[in-house]
Design a protein around this ligand. Structure first.
Ligand code: ADP
Ligand code: ASP
Ligand code: MG
Length: 476
């Protein structure tokens, strides 16, 4: 079949993390390059597995005064990349590529030194460090492709993805990026080149390096896919697609053949690590199908994500968990009469720069509860106590209470919409397993229902609920 528009394929850290894995990625890309014509193939790559973590841990330790941390990390990083070079790159090409990697490692050493001296890390400097991993993996993958006879050119993402200066989770400027992506990639694709782009990294208009947030290579691929535009975006990872639950928690989790954009958006938002939560929006807007596939099992069909079609009533597709959270409750009988309590509560939370994952309010209006990352608990409690000092003194608000650690379990499926029995099945399964549900919330989209449980009951809760997803294997 002819493909007029390009295919964007993203390879995650484990998919390029060892010489064997990268060789497998090269084979997949070579095959796609043969088949995906005349549109051509754009490849987005992560850093080798573990590299981003190691870079960041290195400089954070340096800032705490641990002088050995960066040299040790540098040696480890050099060894990881050298092994790839020796396995995948012909001897003639190694010196130039090695020189490039050495320069990046030297930058790492210097940034680490600067942070030791300063005793602090700024978000901007952290992005400069985090971005080094993809700057090493992308030229390596391009060279490994050429070594197998695939014409490949690397294009630095910092030349084509323009973002604001929100370091650590920069926001792309789609208009500026679209123009550059097209101008830079289309001519190369027309020359039959596979274009290799480092994921995760970008730059401001002034050329300062930024990153799109941890796990952000998925987002890079979706953005490039939407702005080119591509015919499809494929995310190659280390599992057979989006599964009914994290396979590390539920060993008999199964791959879900098809999901709607909305379902996958809820899954990603509520903690399914397989896709970065921002990945979905660009592909929805451009209506581009997204596939999640296994680099180590490429013959599998994976998961296809696209606009929803008729949902199966009552069908639950998947479960996710977010760990390490706190539930904050503002409660008091006098709250009924106090105007603007909710607005003041969330203004106080916002002033601490904390994101709220979920909100519930009892119908009596005598309490508001919300969920935040556990580490933010003390700041949030202090901010609330300050905001409501008067109400607390007057006992209009009895207390501001933190329950921790808790987890949010989210049940996802388009079929849950307007299907009455689903909640009953969920609570029945949890009740039989003896699990206490602390709070509930349902999103406006009605494709997800979230439950708060004590963290030490979360694994049991997911395992108790997982049989409900089996419906999916029955024909509609
Ligand atoms: P990559 O490096 O390829 O981006 P990630 O580690 O970011 O890979 O994401 C893949 C991992 O996500 C899987 O190995 C799996 O453990 C985890 N995961 C969590 N929830 C799910 C889910 N519902 N379906 C598939 N994988 C999941
Ligand atoms: N390498 C980056 C990270 O580890 C981005 C990614 O892998 O998607 O967060
Ligand atoms: Mg990932």
């Amino acid at each position: 079949m002819a493909h007029a528009r390009p295919l964007v394929m993203k390879f995650g850290g484990t998919s390029v993390g060892t010489p064997e894995a990268m060789a497998q990625a090269v084979a997949i890309i070579r095959d796609a390059h043969q088949r995906w014509r005349p549109g051509g193939v754009v490849v987005v790559t992560s850093a080798l597995a573990g590299v981003t973590d190691r870079l960041l841990r290195g400089v954070q330790a340096a800032a705490r005064g641990e002088h050995d941390a960066v040299p040790q990390a540098r040696a480890w990083l050099a060894e990881r990349h050298r092994a790839m070079l020796e396995a995948l790159i012909p001897p003639m090409e190694r010196p130039a590529l090695w020189g490039r990697i050495e320069t990046l490692l030297e930058t790492f050493a210097q940034l680490g030194w600067a942070m030791t001296v300063l005793g602090e890390v700024t978000p901007r400097a952290l992005d400069a460090v985090a971005a080094l991993g993809e700057q090493m993996s992308a030229p390596l993958l391009a060279a490994a492709l050429r070594a197998q006879g695939v014409p490949a050119t690397m294009v630095d993402a910092r030349e084509i993805i323009v973002t604001d200066a929100h370091f650590g989770a920069a926001h792309p400027d789609e208009v500026a990026s679209r123009e550059r992506i097209r101008a830079r990639l289309q001519p190369l694709l027309a020359q039959d080149q596979v274009v290799v782009v480092p994921g995760f990294i970008a730059a401001t208009e002034d050329g300062v390096t930024t990153t799109l947030g941890r796990g952000g290579s998925d987002y890079s691929a979706a953005l490039i896919g939407a702005l080119l535009p591509a015919e499809e975006v494929w995310i190659w990872t280390d599992v057979d697609g989006v599964m009914s639950a994290d396979p590390r928690l539920v060993p008999d989790a199964h791959t879900i053949p098809e999901l709607s954009y909305r379902e996958v958006a809820e899954l990603a938002y509520f903690g399914a690590k397989v896709l970065h939560p921002k990945t979905i929006r660009p592909v929805i807007e451009a209506n581009i199908p997204l596939r999640v596939r296994n680099t180590f099992h490429p013959e599998g069909p994976g998961t296809l994500i696209r606009q929803e079609r008729a949902a199966v009533p009552g069908q639950i597709k998947a479960l996710t968990v977010i760990w390490d959270l706190s539930m904050v409750t503002v409660e008091g009988r006098g709250m009924l009469g106090v105007p603007g309590v909710a607005a003041r509560t969330f203004a106080a939370v916002a002033s601490t720069d904390t994101s709220v994952l979920m909100i519930t309010q009892a119908s009596s209006e005598q309490s508001i509860s919300f969920i935040i990352p556990r580490g933010r608990g003390p700041q949030v409690k202090a901010a609330l106590e300050e905001t409501f000092a008067r109400e607390l003194a007057r006992k209009d608000i009895d207390r501001i209470h933190i329950l921790a650690p808790v987890a949010i379990i989210t049940v996802v499926g388009e079929g849950m919409r307007e299907t009455p029995g689903v909640a009953g099945r969920i609570f029945g399964a949890l009740g039989r397993a003896g699990i206490n549900v602390i709070a509930i919330a349902q999103g406006a989209s009605e494709v997800a229902l979230s439950l708060v449980v004590a963290e030490d009951e979360a694994v049991d809760a997911v395992r108790a609920l997982h049989p409900l997803t089996r419906d999916i294997t029955r024909p509609a």
